[in-house]
Design a binder for this molecule. Structure first.
Ligand code: ATP
Ligand code: MG
Length: 555
């Protein structure tokens, strides 16, 4: 059967089992970020997983901001997160929610637990609560406030809500089991007093629910069936199940955990990125050297390439780290046939064709992508003076150098064969001009088969070339040393993570728009920078070079 050839990941298998057994008759997933920073490549995995699952099973995907913590959240991040998710192609349709909209329901749930004798107000100080909690090897002990009556608990909890008590003076705790081997079950805190304004509810509340209490309620209220989260929540699952059961939700959601996506030698922690931004080591949260989704977009990655990467990483229960080279492989694969291949010279030196008529200009035809004819062709002006890469000429070449050196003939891409005749140098011995002659019989595209040359080099016409800026990137991290300094925990930075170059590009690139990307032949894929590029001063970010160190694993 054809179906059997497609292997399902363990989450799909669990969902199919639930559907088969009638635990749920539909699928509803969600992505629940806290609006306290920018999303990164790891979040993309979670978004694409949740959205993909909903689509696969004809279900619904919810976008929910987990904004229950008033201290850290900012509305600024709400917009950036929505933009990133939209760009990735995950469509929440009209299912956009804010956890803070459920504060009333959460409060009612807490009251219900108190009435059932499943929650109590505790007056221990934060230090005492920690002390009473016990350790991994020792059970905790009961709080002296654990046996308060339902009436007293209700009155105190109402007092907490009414603002009668100071921050940290009282909490509402679940009454579960102080001797549980799972510390999360030792009467966890459900509500705390915090006199803080919330971006959505303003000053309405001075008590706020804890994550482990709020999250399952959010899922249940929305009718989520499968709450997919990362492995660190595995030990919280018994509490998740306790909350939805004791609050008596019908068809409660089910939590399933999967491993986080990590990239080797890449910084993803918000704390570190924040520091890099504040110290102006990078140019904001979307600096193209970072792997926030906004940064990847600015660098020139596509949603398709990120999806390919996430798919290649797969979904599993075991923690692992993917190689950045794999992400590079994915963007190369995605752009290979999609984007035009143009000529740009990154380290220019002049090439003069001495036998080419001085006032002649030809418009040569250049295919935009030899592997994809649908991209058509363009005209490139050709004339006596060109720019070529400095490294494409050597006065005294080593063996196996097939580019320009005195007496050698090469092909100028999309143009003619030229034979090098020599060069001019300045006082310091630097080459300033390379000279050559061309053979008019060898025009590209005319079917010339007279002789073969081993080297083909790219060029731009000097008088018509457009001056631009290129930014070449390396890893922000010094890979030899690893991400973190062992002594002080700081980041080991690579001082060469960005090189800025004045380059020449062919005239067809004039007017290139932000986010447009191109292959510059022999140099890599480049994308027009969305912050700094202007029509009269183009700035290109190198997405990736053409060479790859990544090999696809054999199936
Ligand atoms: P970070 O620790 O990187 O700041 P976070 O977990 O605090 O991330 P949230 O806003 O809570 O950020 O994350 C939203 C969702 O994304 C959660 O369900 C979380 O499990 C998931 N997620 C976070 N990081 C990763 C990752 N590296 N790989 C896969 N999923 C992730
Ligand atoms: Mg978090």
């Amino acid at each position: 059967m054809a179906e059997e050839t497609v292997s399902k990941n363990f989450i799909e298998q669990e969902i199919e089992k639930d559907l088969r057994e009638g635990v749920y008759d539909h699928v509803c997933t969600r992505f629940p970020p806290e609006p306290n920073g920018y999303l990164h490549i790891g979040h993309a995995k979670s978004i694409l997983l949740n959205y993909g699952i909903a689509q696969e099973y004809g279900g619904t995907f919810h976008m929910r901001f987990d904004d229950t913590n008033p201290t850290k959240e900012k509305t600024e991040f709400v917009e950036s997160i929505l933009e990133d998710i939209r760009w990735l192609g995950a469509d929440w349709k009209d299912h956009l929610y804010f956890a803070s909209d459920y504060f009333d329901i959460m409060y009612e749930c807490a009251v219900k637990l108190i009435k059932k004798g499943k929650a109590y107000v505790c007056d221990l100080t934060p230090d005492e609560i920690r002390e009473y909690r016990g350790t991994l090897t020792e059970p905790g002990k009961n709080s002296p406030y654990r046996e308060r009556s339902v009436e007293e608990n209700l009155e105190l909890f109402e007092g907490m809500k009414a603002g009668k008590y100071e921050d940290g003076s009282r909490v509402l705790r679940a009454k579960i089991d102080m001797a549980s081997p799972n510390i999360n079950m030792r009467d966890p805190i459900l509500y705390r007093v915090a006199h803080m304004s919330h971006h959505n509810t303003g000053d309405k509340w001075c008590i706020y629910p804890m994550y482990d209490f709020a999250h399952p309620i959010e899922d249940a209220v929305e009718g989520i069936t499968h709450s997919l989260c990362t492995l660190e929540f595995e030990d919280h699952r018994p509490l998740y199940d306790w909350v939805v059961r004791e609050c008596e939700f019908e068809n409660p959601p089910r939590q399933i955990e999967f491993a986080k996506l990590y990239l080797t030698n890449v910084v993803t922690g918000k704390r570190y990125i924040k520091k890099l931004v504040e110290e102006k080591i990078v140019d904001g949260w979307d600096d193209p050297r970072l792997v926030s989704i906004a940064a990847l977009r600015r660098r020139g990655f596509t949603p398709e390439s990120i999806k390919m990467f996430v798919d290649m990483c797969g979904i599993s229960k075991s923690q692992s780290s993917a190689d950045y080279a794999m992400l590079e492989y994915c963007i190369r694969e995605d752009l290979k046939l999609k984007r035009p291949r143009m000529m740009a010279v990154l380290d220019p030196v002049k090439l003069v064709i001495d036998n080419y008529p001085e006032d002649q200009v030809e418009e040569l035809d250049a295919p935009n992508n030899q592997e994809n004819e649908e991209l058509g062709s363009r005209k490139v002006p050709f004339c006596r003076e060109l720019y070529i890469e400095r490294e494409d000429f050597m006065e005294e070449p080593p063996k196996k150098y097939f580019r320009l050196f005195p007496g050698n003939e090469v092909r100028l891409m999309n143009a003619y064969f030229v034979t090098c005749t020599g060069c001019e140098k300045d006082e310091d011995g630097n080459v300033t001009v390379v000279h050559c002659t061309y053979d008019p019989e060898t025009k590209c595209g005319t079917g010339f088969t007279g002789r073969k040359v081993k080297g083909t080099i790219h060029w731009v016409p000097a008088p018509y070339a457009v001056k631009a800026t290129a930014r070449l990137y390396e890893n922000l991290i010094d890979e030899e040393k690893g991400v973190y300094n062992k002594e002080d925990g700081s980041l080991n930075l690579n001082p060469n993570s960005m090189t800025v170059k004045e380059i020449y590009v062919e005239p067809a690139l004039a007017g290139a728009q932000a986010y447009e990307s191109f292959q510059f032949v022999r140099q890599g894929y480049f994308c027009v920078d969305s912050h700094d590029s202007r029509p009269d001063a183009l700035v290109f970010n190198r997405i990736v070079s053409l060479k790859s160190s990544f090999k696809l694993p054999k199936k």
